[in-house]
Design a protein around this ligand. Structure first.
Ligand SMILES: [Ca+2]
Length: 115
């Protein structure tokens, strides 16, 4: 199956004890085994204050945005369609945010459509 995002060799290895397994079945199995485990809500803070985008809707996303090896927090906000960047100064297991700024390009805040 060309172009399918599955490690064909891994699928064959997984199939070893159970007989033949199609790549999609192997991928589904791996996704289920690595599914996130939710433990409860946590109030995220920045510099000791709750993170609040003030104008309602937000869209959080965790990614190593500044490529320093620690996952940061990006938050899309409804107001003006801007994106907030909270660099993680803690660890991936215990993230800590002490500042934020709007994501910019060429000295101007990035903004998408909203509303
Ligand atoms: Ca980072």
């Amino acid at each position: 199956m060309q172009g399918f995002p599955c490690d064909q060799n891994a699928a064959r290895r997984e199939a070893g004890a159970h007989g033949w397994m199609r790549p999609l079945e192997a991928l589904e199995r791996r996704l289920l085994l690595s599914a996130p485990q939710f433990t409860g809500e946590v109030l995220l803070e920045c510099a000791g204050e709750p993170i609040d985008v003030t104008d309602g809707c937000s869209a959080p996303y965790v990614v190593d945005f500044n490529m320093d090896g620690r996952r940061d927090l990006l938050v899309g906000q409804f107001a003006d369609g801007k994106i907030r960047f909270y660099p993680n100064v803690g660890t991936d297991d215990a993230p800590l945010y002490d500042s934020w700024s709007y994501v910019q390009a060429n000295g101007a805040d990035l903004a998408g459509s909203y509303g």
